[in-house]
Design a protein around this ligand. Sequence first.
Ligand SMILES: Nc1ncnc2c1ncn2[C@@H]1O[C@H](COP(=O)(O)OP(=O)(O)OP(=O)(O)O)[C@@H](O)[C@H]1O
Ligand SMILES: [Mg+2]
Length: 233
Amino acid sequence: MDDGCVISLDNVSIGYQKNKPLIEGLNLRVNSGEIIAIVGPSGIGKTTLLRTIAGLVPPLKGGLKVCSQTNPASPPRGELGYIPQRLGLVRHASVHHNVMLGALAGHCSPWLPFSFDARKSAHKAIQKMGLEEKRRSLVRRLSGGQQRRVATARTLAQKPSLILADEFLGELDEETMLIVMDAVISYVDEKNAALLVVEHDIQRARKMADRLLLMKNGKLVPYVESLEPVEEE
Ligand SMILES: Nc1ncnc2c1ncn2[C@@H]1O[C@H](COP(=O)(O)OP(=O)(O)OP(=O)(O)O)[C@@H](O)[C@H]1O
Ligand SMILES: [Mg+2]
């Protein structure tokens, strides 16, 4: 996909059982530099969509292209960064070690553990997430919001061209939330990357995204502001 397209879904159905798709007829194109937010009720299939794009759940039907690869089961090394809703951190390892896992995934060097660039990326990402003082702390000793920031730092350190982020601003106070949001948006701008984010808070989604999509009733459709209810006289 040399035309700037990083995600292309063509009539895709997603879910876990062939006869019970969660969402059908998904058509979605995400280009470099774009930020797209998905909103929708709990349990509708938002995480499942991100997992399908990440190659962790096979699509039930349809064509799926991610980054420069046609086979999502093996996305190109480092190009796809995923901040999962359940984080997937190594809880008994330090913040630094967790973020280094992302950095190493994004740096192809025959001397991976000694890669200077990877260490530099990890350091910068930890700094951006305001976690310098916790660098040596074990992840299991951190608060929920701090752990969420470690997962975001891990992905930024990887320097992917596509970020899939699932509720990555959860459990953060307003001030920290804005710092984390700004850091990710700046990254997307600087690298001309793409961001597909699942966000339950409409205000936040609107603040971040170029386009808002709503997942509802088995479909993914453009989000339309609902009209204010008309007061009866
Ligand atoms: N591994 C799995 N195997 C089978 N069914 C699953 C699996 N994971 C999720 N589901 C089901 O798929 C549906 C969609 O789940 P998903 O996690 O995608 O929802 P969601 O929109 O992300 O919800 P939330 O906003 O609560 O995170 C749910 O009914 C859930 O029970
Ligand atoms: Mg979810």
